[in-house]
Write a protein that binds this ligand. Structure first.
Ligand code: 13P
Ligand code: SF4
Length: 309
């Protein structure tokens, strides 16, 4: 089996030949992050995809993120290391369900988390990410009822932050974040009393209630960098530890096992490997292909979100 350094070299050469940009989410393994042109949360990666000017985007994250990049770059090639890298939130909400809701609730504004299929995005009024959900909900006239989908925990947290009452919340969940029991956080706080708790809003309400900070992956990185605390209990996927340690040298970070895998890894994000990344740049497959009609519809709510400063 070729060494990591050899595969990394092959990837760098292919990147040059293909005029490719490598976008990586914080949850990717360090060897992938090391090769990336941009590492970020889902909002930052969507913004970067929008500024893209090369020929190929190799998206190291999950499929819905690559679909978003393709919608923003219809004439460019967007490839992913593993087509099976999905998301439990995408699976929690089908386009048929959303169409049925629209038919029966024509007055509602449908706010869709970016963790949805491109078909669901195309039926939505506006998108949001974990970083801007509060801003997006506040951008909707107060008298207009809202359906927030598909993440229950992000929806509840956003409702609490905005004080919005006329908001229905879908009951989807992330298999990683929603399976952290609050007792683990209580135990970790007892073990590390000097540590602050930073949590992703996909965590259950009981976990968020114990957090000193709630925000997206990049917001967590920024908050820990700015904080004077010596250590942090981090309630999100383990991959973010690589950036946290680079950005906050000397501080300590603890990740807790959840009830799903007794770990803090997203099984979908971790399907991507260096070998698969090299192969997708070589073969230009698996590739995201979307119809022009779908792109046109999905761009409306996506651009509405990106226009919010
Ligand atoms: P971010 O919006 O923080 O990138 O989170 C995306 C995600 O999938 C969290 O599980
Ligand atoms: Fe989806 Fe959860 Fe994985 Fe994020 S961590 S990609 S929400 S399954």
């Amino acid at each position: 089996m070729p060494a990591v350094a050899t595969i990394a070299q092959e990837i760098l050469e292919l990147k040059k030949q293909r005029n490719a940009t490598l976008l990586a989410h914080h949850y990717q393994e360090p060897e992938i992050q090391d090769l990336a042109d941009v590492i970020g949360d889902s909002l930052e990666l969507a913004r970067k995809a929008r500024e893209f000017s090369g020929n190929v985007i190799a998206f190291c994250g999950v499929w819905f993120m690559a679909e978003t990049a393709k919608a923003l770059n219809p004439s460019k090639i967007v490839v992913v290391p593993d087509r099976e890298a999905g998301c439990s939130l995408v699976d929690a909400c089908t386009v048929e369900q959303v169409r049925e809701f629209r038919r029966t609730h024509p007055d509602h504004a449908i706010v869709s988390y970016i963790n949805t299929s491109i078909e669901v995005k195309a039926e939505s009024d506006i998108l949001c990410t974990s970083r801007n959900a509060v801003k997006v909900v506040n951008s909707i006239p107060p008298e207009r009822p809202i359906l927030f989908l598909p993440d229950r925990n992000l929806g509840l947290w956003t409702q609490k932050e905005t004080g919005r009452r006329n908001m229905e919340i879908w009951q989807g969940a992330c298999i990683v974040h929603a399976t952290w029991p609050a007792r683990r956080v209580v135990e970790a706080k007892a073990e590390h009393p000097e540590a602050k708790v930073a949590a992703h809003p996909e965590c259950p309400e009981s976990v968020l209630a114990l957090a000193d900070f709630v925000g997206s992956t990049s917001a967590i990185v920024d908050w820990c960098r700015a904080s004077k605390a010596p250590g942090f209990i981090i309630m999100t996927e383990r991959g973010v530890s690589y950036t946290l340690e680079k950005e906050s040298p000397g501080k300590r970070f603890w990740f807790l096992p959840n009830d799903q895998c007794n770990c803090s890894d997203c099984p979908y994000m971790k399907m991507n490997t260096l070998e698969k990344l090299r192969d997708c740049l070589l073969r230009l497959e698996p590739r995201v292909e979307l119809s022009a009609d779908l792109i046109e519809k999905a761009l409306v709510p996506l651009e509405r979100m990106l226009a919010l400063k």
